[in-house]
Write a protein that binds this ligand. Structure first.
Ligand code: 5AD
Ligand code: SF4
Length: 435
């Protein structure tokens, strides 16, 4: 075995990136005997796994790289991985010449090669890693992230991801199910299925002839012994067909939380974004989900101040919020991105108005969440216990509300217990363990 080396890795962005980092850690550990450190000063290798979805983190990347270059051990190498690596490629080496290599979001399996290739730029977005047998590493025991597809075939006009992660390819279901079984054997209770567009799963395989869709996959995962709970991110509202909605609503293993990225409540803006659905269509799906299973909570992503977004357009977004009562919202100001159709769209919104709209939306969400939480008091939740701290267990209910309840010790971690909600504190429900 080679001598032990230390790896410092910083992960930005989405759950896909978190999983990519786990793969990087696993490969470097298995083949090069790297162990993770939280201290960049003692690392032999410093990696930043970047996100390029908005401009701000990209700008921050270069100042951060500068800091790492100053504090690192003399012999340590620095690598830039992920979506910004795919997007900027060689430009990263020009702007930060001390960087040793650049590894794209779709080239993760090459990590053990690029560490030996000074100034390597591996960013091929047509590279197919769907059947690469990654070594195993998981940052969490109870929840296991599992990729079901790579890339994205959508053309949302604001989004850089198709340019950084390439065309969509589904991972053969056998590989996914084997991963699920392996995770459960190692103690996982919750399986989180990942893809840019999970509910178009099965549309395009490169290494499988199977005929399967996302609803079938959910059913198969739910049949694996030991799986307590299944979540997934993100589905596209456009592909929420009847079959998928039924498996989601009625399969008891599937957590009753749907992340349904709205982006805008205005049909006009949705058309400009090329989302493929209207305000009414989205509302119909969301309300239908609630009707099918009243436990269901819905989360969303919203972009405010897309080019030409009028006050009336924005009012439509608020109207959808009022009607759906989202349990979770990730909200952003529109950020023009290179390699996207909206980069140079006319009608940019004044940044002050953009900030005002974001603030208004976030305030409305806070108020609506307070009411939503209050409405849960008295209800009983099946909580998968994730941690025990200061005399309380913490975990998520079946519909993703976070709950806490007093307990003797941490022996319940990893188990499902019933908690009756009695109040709300610091943005979460609190309650008592019950039978
Ligand atoms: N500007 C602002 N937000 C964006 N997102 C994606 N691209 C942009 C952009 N150019 C948001 C979307 C997406 C989430 C992951 O990031 O809401 O769902
Ligand atoms: Fe994830 Fe998109 Fe950011 Fe890439 S650009 S890390 S896919 S959110």
């Amino acid at each position: 075995m080679t001598e032990e080396k230390k790896l410092y890795i910083e992960t930005l962005g989405c759950a896909m990136n978190v999983r990519d980092s786990e793969h990087i850690i696993a490969e470097l550990n298995a083949y090069e005997n790297y162990k993770e450190t939280k201290n960049p000063q003692e690392a032999d290798l410093i990696l930043i796994n970047t996100c390029s979805v908005r401009e701000k983190p990209v700008a921050k990347l270069f100042s951060e790289l500068g800091v790492f270059n100053k504090i690192k051990k003399k012999s340590a190498k620095i690598g830039v991985c992920g979506c910004t690596a795919s997007h900027l490629g060689k430009e990263i080496l020009t702007k930060a010449p001390f960087v040793n290599f650049v590894l794209g979001a779709r080239n993760v399996s090459k990590i053990k090669d690029v560490i030996y290739q000074d100034k390597a730029v591996e960013i091929d977005t047509s590279y197919d890693e769907t059947t690469y047998d990654f070594k195993n590493y998981r940052s969490e025991n109870i929840r296991s992230l599992i990729n079901i597809s790579i890339g994205c075939d959508k053309q949302c006009t604001y989004c850089i991801v198709p340019a950084t992660r390439g065309k969509e390819i589904s991972i053969p279901s056998k590989i996914i199910l084997d991963e699920v079984k392996k995770s459960v054997a190692l103690g996982a209770k919750e399986i989180m299925l990942l893809g840019q567009n999970v509910n178009s799963y099965g549309n395009n395989f490169t290494h499988s002839q199977e005929s399967i869709d996302f609803a079938d996959l959910l059913t198969k995962v739910s049949e694996v012994e030991g799986v307590e709970r299944i979540r997934f991110t993100s589905p596209h509202p456009l592909h929420m067909d009847e079959k998928f909605m039924e498996v989601f609503s009625y399969n008891p293993k599937v957590a009753k939380h749907m992340h349904m990225p709205l982006q805008s409540g205005s049909t006009k803006v949705l058309r400009e974004m090329k989302r493929g659905y209207t305000k009414e269509w989205f509302l119909e799906k969301a309300l239908k989900l609630r009707e099918m299973n009243p436990m269901t909570t819905i989360g969303t992503d919203i972009i405010v101040a897309f080019p030409k977004e009028s006050e009336a357009d924005f009012a439509n977004t608020l109207d959808v919020m009022e009607k759906v009562h989202f349990e979770q919202i990730f909200s952003f100001k529109f950020s023009p991105r290179p390699l996207t159709a909206a980069e140079n769209m006319e009608g940019a919104i004044d940044p002050i108005i953009a900030s005002q709209r974001l603030e208004k939306l976030q305030n409305m969400y806070k108020n609506s969440l307070r009411t939503l939480h209050q409405n849960q008091i008295g209800k009983k939740f099946a909580v998968l216990v994730e941690s025990f701290e200061n005399g309380n267990i913490y975990g998520k209910g079946e519909n993703y509300f976070t709950l806490k309840a007093p307990a003797k010790d941490g022996s319940l971690v990893g188990q499902v217990v019933f908690v009756q909600a009695t109040g709300v504190s610091k943005g979460m429900l609190e309650g008592e363990i019950t039978t």
